[in-house]
Design a protein around this ligand. Structure first.
Ligand SMILES: *[C@@H]1O[C@H](CO)[C@@H](O)[C@H](O)[C@H]1NC(C)=O
Ligand SMILES: *[C@@H]1O[C@H](CO)[C@@H](O)[C@H](O)[C@H]1NC(C)=O
Ligand SMILES: *[C@@H]1O[C@H](CO)[C@@H](O)[C@H](O)[C@H]1NC(C)=O
Ligand SMILES: *[C@@H]1O[C@H](CO)[C@@H](O)[C@H](O)[C@H]1NC(C)=O
Ligand SMILES: *[C@@H]1O[C@H](CO)[C@@H](O)[C@H](O)[C@H]1NC(C)=O
Ligand SMILES: *[C@@H]1O[C@H](CO)[C@@H](O)[C@H](O)[C@H]1NC(C)=O
Ligand SMILES: *[C@@H]1O[C@H](CO)[C@@H](O)[C@H](O)[C@H]1NC(C)=O
Ligand SMILES: *[C@@H]1O[C@H](CO)[C@@H](O)[C@H](O)[C@H]1NC(C)=O
Length: 899
């Protein structure tokens, strides 16, 4: 290394003054450090050392960091043989400075990550006498115990729809970051918070206020003393610039730099959920500059402008005047508009997250949109979703009610646990806040509505102590972290609750939950409902009446094709040991593979439900019989959910003003009997088709009380404006012939139905109708309505149709006739046409072979003789080279009765 500086001759030789000596300060700039061997030449300084000059010139690295975006879960990390750190939270981002270790590295730098056994560590923590214990013991129902002591995907330890692998490993990406100059930053995480000016999370946003875009960047590295930030917001579709400029109010706190800018109230095109308008998106590019405006770091996030608000305000006088019962609201509003939330609950799509690819999730979101769903609840004992899933949700208009990963347990409140949770919550709130699909944060699931009551039952004397624990974690700790990092998203401590009485950010417990401090005849919250006694499955009088239904369901078997992916041929029996071991309802309680007691209860529930209502499969071929049984459990499941969903939707026009239905559960984690509507590889069960049908904007629904015979028919609409139209009501016998005099009811009824409302069009009693044989009758109802889709282009009207049917006796008791369905395939258009040639076809079911995944335009529908239906099939994956289309079959309820 060579250091040199040329000194000015003029200085050295100019007129020697009368002094004995001359002193020149050689310090400062003007020096050059160079090396022929390295072919470098950079500015030098005096005093200095070459490393510092090379560093300043960016020729050598100053510091090196490891960045892990997900380690599952307990690790000890070494680099160059030196201890670097440990981790104990699957959901946090970790960074480690390895500069020292690298500079003193002897030999090849080796990074080693040692993973501990999560089940063993959880048990060891539980055994520690200083660990918190709870009086409610039966929590230990899954394969591995004590999950609540550790911050790892809780369902990895077992759940009633999935396996228990308790995996370990670096489940998300990781980086080595090296800085080669002093003032340099690496962006770890970006929080983009777009809200209406003055917005406060739990207060109705003012839609006339301008937007504030607040960008806050977490980084490692060093900022100059006076950094600045700029932003450039562009319309994704047109490329047009919405806003460009310098952010104001720059602040640097800890390792984050923030700034914000105002955007005119009406300038952005709004983002809307699926079915309610367009999903307008923007790219926001945020750049951090040093004082000289040199670019230090830059990040682009795709985002959108919308407000999404969980309204828990008290019912107003104006609402009372509309016929809404007193109490509080509990519904979502997007851009100031009430809407009906239609959707389901999302569980982890795989037992191993690295297998959850973008292509698979594209198919899943495709099915969600095709299923007319606008909201999913990202359930609280899986994992925070990766960004690409929020991206898909943004594009598809699927709101994601997101939960912190705590559920169905009490959790510790020891200081280290709380600190660990605080870092987890802060990271994830900031990471996903820019996604317009993010709808809500909930602290956890079924803790307030289920765990606290169970704890109270087990230890009534110390109940307030446990409520205190709950509030310490889910309100005092988490709520302020959410509010500090997002003004745009509502927060509630746990899913299924009765809202809050007040919020006071200065109070030690800033949100006062209403709990069960309620008045009869008033409604306050959302509901969660399961009843495995299938004898009451269709008794809508027993369904919960609330403001919103966030989970409900019953399990069913997947299809034969899906079973064949996982089960050997000799196990294709309803109660084979492999099927039973994959059925975790009810959970076996441990890791044994010989305990079938709990599983048989669940298998029994499905069997009884089929036997009670549907023809009992009895086919000679045992595989065909297994397949028919699987299908029968799906028919029951779909009918039960349909019964509940139409009841909840009708509630939009009832005093409880019900504005949401999210059934349990969207998809499967493996091939097993579960509550899913979509099987592991993407095949739709009857449920997903049924939900797609009953989630149409305008529906006609029968409400038959099978004990009293009372029958009413309602038209329900979730459009925002009044719709008008007519319903055709046709009583037929099962051969398709009209019943005389239409059994005594009018054949057509005209109606007007308000936005988000319902209207009754028939009220009668089956006993008062002239139906000669109840076993040989069906009421076919078809609605046609004119109305406006929310935010329709040019505000042009649309026509909505929906068909429904009712038999005045359970399907098993019907005197079915063979409908003789003809199926034809048009290779040109790729469509399938079905026609019932002989009799009414109930639950008409088109099925496709293994090797292809996709969905028909409609399925499990009623077909009356003379009516032809032509249906498209959307292919999502095809490994058969198109051959699948020759193996499409059609069956109906009739085929469930044949041998
Ligand atoms: C030395 O560096 C200069 C400038 O970076 C470059 O143009 C030149 O090709 C290099 N010479 C050698 C021998 O690598
Ligand atoms: C910056 O802060 C000032 C003072 O608090 C405030 O009036 C202004 O609205 C802020 N600007 C933005 C873009 O938030
Ligand atoms: C809402 O009603 C409750 C009674 O249920 C009352 O305690 C509370 O103060 C009311 N909140 C507001 C903001 O009026
Ligand atoms: C639903 O419609 C009925 C009948 O028109 C009306 O009285 C009621 O106020 C409406 N409900 C709401 C919440 O608008
Ligand atoms: C911007 O958001 C950050 C948190 O991400 C917050 O600390 C800061 O106060 C916000 N700035 C403004 C002007 O609201
Ligand atoms: C909010 O809480 C603080 C601290 O407990 C209290 O002093 C204040 O009176 C409360 N504010 C209201 C409006 O109740
Ligand atoms: C119940 O609610 C009332 C107001 O509705 C409130 O005054 C009271 O403090 C609440 N009780 C509890 C135990 O939260
Ligand atoms: C499966 O096993 C359960 C429990 O023993 C039993 O109740 C049920 O009838 C069986 N189901 C079938 C279809 O055989």
């Amino acid at each position: 290394m060579h250091l040199w500086k040329s000194l000015s001759l003029a200085t050295l030789s100019s007129g020697l003054p009368a002094l004995a000596q001359q002193v020149h300060n050689l310090g400062g700039d003007g020096w050059t450090v160079s090396s022929k061997a390295l072919n470098i030449s950079v500015p030098g300084h005096l005093p200095s050392q070459v490393h510092l000059d090379l560093l300043a010139a960016g020729k050598i690295a100053k510091s090196s960091w490891l960045v892990f975006n997900g380690l599952d879960t307990f690790t000890t990390i070494e680099f160059c043989g030196q201890h670097i750190g440990t981790t104990d939270n699957q959901f946090r981002q970790y960074t480690f400075d390895i500069s020292q270790a690298l500079s003193s590295c002897k030999g090849e730098p080796v990074l080693s990550i040692d993973f501990g056994s999560a089940p063993k560590i959880a048990d060891a923590i539980a055994d520690d006498p200083s660990s918190e214990k709870w009086p409610y013991g039966p929590q230990q129902v899954y394969e591995y115990t004590n999950r609540w002591y550790i911050r790892k995907e809780q369902s990895d330890f077992g759940w009633d729809w999935g396996p228990a692998f308790a995996p370990a490993g670096p489940w998300r990406d990781a980086y080595l970051v090296q800085f080669d100059r002093e003032e340099s930053v690496y962006i770890l995480n970006t929080d983009l918070d777009i809200h209406r000016k003055g917005q406060i999370n739990h207060i109705t946003p003012d839609q006339s206020a301008p937007w504030v875009v607040n960008a806050s960047i977490d980084f490692i590295g060093t900022l100059p003393s006076r950094p600045s930030m700029t932003i450039d917001i562009k319309d994704v579709e047109s490329g047009e610039c919405l806003k460009q400029g310098t952010l104001e109010n720059i602040s640097v706190s800890g390792k984050a730099i923030s700034g914000s800018i105002v955007v005119d109230a009406n300038a952005p095109k709004l983002w809307w959920p699926n079915g309610l308008g367009k999903q307008n998106l923007y790219y926001a590019t945020v750049t951090v500059h040093d004082g000289q405006k040199e670019e230090l770091a830059c990040v682009t996030k795709r985002t959108g402008f919308r407000t999404i608000f969980l309204n828990r305000n008290n019912i107003t006088e104006a609402q009372l005047a509309q016929g809404i019962a007193p109490g509080a609201n509990w519904h979502f509003e997007v851009n100031g508009q009430e809407f009906y939330a239609k959707g389901s609950n999302l569980i982890p799509p795989d037992a191993f997250w690295p297998r959850v690819t973008e292509a698979r999730m594209q198919r899943l979101f495709g099915a969600v949109v095709a299923g007319r769903q606008n909201m999913l609840r990202v359930w609280a004992s899986g994992a925070y979703l990766p960004d690409f899933m929020y991206d898909l949700a943004d594009e598809n208009g699927v709101l994601l009610w997101s939960e912190f990963q705590f559920s169905d347990a009490m959790y510790p409140v020891a200081k280290p646990f709380l600190e660990n949770v605080a870092a987890e919550v802060e990271y994830n709130v900031r990471r996903v806040n820019h996604h317009p699909s993010l709808a809500l944060w909930a602290g956890g699931n079924e803790i307030e509505s289920l765990e606290l009551p169970l704890t109270q039952e087990a230890d009534p004397d110390h109940y307030s102590y446990y409520v205190g624990q709950y509030e310490e974690l889910f309100i005092s700790l988490i709520l302020p972290i959410v509010y500090d990092n997002s003004r745009s998203i509502s927060y509630m401590p746990s899913s299924t609750n009765n809202g809050f009485l007040w919020v006071n950010m200065s109070a030690p417990v800033p949100m006062a939950e209403r709990y069960n401090n309620i008045t009869a005849g008033s409604y306050y919250g959302d509901t969660d409902y399961y009843n495995y006694d299938s004898s009451v499955a269709f008794d809508f009088d027993g369904y919960p009446v609330g403001r919103f239904a966030n989970e409900f369901g019953f399990h069913s078997m997947p299809s034969l094709q899906t079973w064949q992916q996982a089960v050997p041929p000799d196990m294709l029996h309803f109660n084979s040991s492999t099927v039973m071991l994959r059925n975790h309802h009810y959970p076996s309680g441990d890791l044994s593979t010989h305990n079938f007691k709990n599983s048989s209860m669940g298998m029994g529930e499905m069997t009884m439900a089929v036997e009670r209502y549907y023809p009992i499969p009895n086919k000679e071929n045992s595989v065909a019989n297994f397949s028919a049984w699987c299908h029968a459990t799906q028919l029951f499941q779909a009918d039960m959910y349909k019964s509940e969903i139409q009841f909840y939707r009708r509630g939009s026009g009832m005093p409880n003003r019900q504005l949401g239905s999210l059934y349990w559960q969207l998809e499967d984690i493996w091939q097993a009997p579960t509550w899913a509507g979509i099987e592991y590889d993407g095949r739709w069960k009857v449920l997903h088709y049924m939900a797609r049908d009953i989630y149409q904007p305008v529906i006609v629904s029968p409400f038959w009380n099978h004990s009293t015979g009372a029958l009413s028919v309602y038209v329900t609409s979730d459009l925002w404006e009044t719709a008008t139209g007519s319903v055709s009501l046709k009583w037929l016998d099962l051969s398709g012939k009209p019943l005389a005099g239409n059994a005594g009811i009018p054949e057509t009824k005209r109606f007007t139905v308000g936005g988000l409302n319902t209207t009754q069009i028939v009220a009668t009693n089956i006993a008062d109708l002239s139906i000669p044989d109840k076993k040989n009758a069906v009421l076919v109802m078809s609605v046609t309505a004119q109305g406006h889709l929310p935010n329709a282009e040019n505000n042009s009207p649309s026509t909505f149709t929906h068909q429904n049917f009712l038999t005045p006796t359970w399907p098993k008791d019907l005197t079915l006739e063979d409908p003789k369905i003809e199926l034809s395939h048009d290779a040109q258009t790729g469509t399938f046409t079905v026609e019932a040639k002989n009799a009414v076809s109930l639950y008409t079911w088109l099925d496709y072979p293994a090797g292809v995944v996709g969905y028909f335009e409609d399925n499990s529908f009623t077909l009356v003789p003379g009516e032809k239906r032509t249906l498209k099939f959307t292919v999502q994956t095809d490994e058969t080279n198109g051959k699948w289309m020759h193996d499409v079959t059609v069956t109906s309820l009739w085929d469930q009765t044949t041998r």
